[in-house]
Design a protein around this ligand. Structure first.
Ligand code: IPE
Ligand code: IPE
Ligand code: MG
Length: 225
């Protein structure tokens, strides 16, 4: 079975650049190229939802220059690459709090989301200023506001950024770190986890296929026997 939803912690851009004695931003630039390739492959492989972790609520700790460079790359991606991907049936959704982002970037992102709403081949979630704990707090705030006295799992899920989407079947992390770094804590309750030492800029479509075939070998029990 092909996983319906794949989530990826795209890590290792900085290390990729360091290995080549280049500034970190070169790693991010190469990382965006990988994003484009992997989105196309996911679509070709029949994946329904692809979630990419692009900027965490903790990434504000980074130097201002790196954050600005990341935003500028993101802005270029939304403007140029996304147009092409949109014409190939990609539907964009943002997971995270956009309110802290520069106004022009916010406008670009929101209009890209609107422009792709009718697409249905691949749902592309980009997690931006995303933190799973923040997402859960936000859901609870909304539940309290709506005076819901008996929240169920379904109700809680319906207030998350991923509302209406299936939970990830497979969680991939590149660059060999064994942690989830505040990503989709609620949604990955039963995801299969695949960690590769490949740095994100070096991650290829073939690596994605390897991760999927690894996933296909796993026996998912969901607590049963
Ligand atoms: C992942 O690469 C991209 C973002 C977090 C934006 P890193 O920038 O974390 O790269 P490393 O972990 O320092 O190698
Ligand atoms: C996780 O990578 C966040 C993204 C990929 C956007 P980090 O590099 O920020 O995570 P840590 O710091 O290694 O946990
Ligand atoms: Mg990292």
């Amino acid at each position: 079975m092909i996983p319906e939803h794949i989530a990826i912690i795209m890590d290792g851009n900085g290390r990729w650049a360091k290995k080549k004695s280049l500034p970190r931003i070169f790693g991010h630039r190469q990382g965006i190229k990988t994003v484009k390739k992997i989105v196309k492959s996911a679509s070709r492989l029949g994946i329904k939802v692809l979630t990419l972790y692009a900027f965490s609520t903790e990434n504000w700790e980074r130097p201002k220059t790196e954050i600005e460079a990341l935003f500028s790359l993101l802005s270029q991606f939304v403007e140029k690459e996304l147009k092409e991907l949109a014409s190939e049936g990609v539907k964009l959704r943002i997971l995270g709090d956009l309110s802290k982002f520069p106004q022009n970037l916010k406008t670009k992102i929101i209009s890209a989301c609107k422009a792709t709403q009718k697409n249905s081949d691949l749902e592309l979630n980009i997690a931006l200023n995303y933190g799973a704990r923040q997402e859960i707090v936000r859901a609870i705030e909304e539940i309290v506001k709506q005076n819901i006295k008996k929240p169920t799992e379904e109700i809680i899920s319906s207030f998350l950024y991923t509302a209406g989407q299936p939970d990830p079947d497979l969680l991939i992390r590149t660059s060999g770190e064994f942690r989830v770094s505040n990503f989709l804590l609620w949604q990955i309750a039963y995801s299969e986890i695949y960690i590769t030492n490949k740095l994100w800029p070096d991650f290829t479509s073939q690596d994605l296929e390897i991760a999927i075939s690894e996933f296909q070998k796993r026996e998912r029990r969901f607590g049963g026997i």
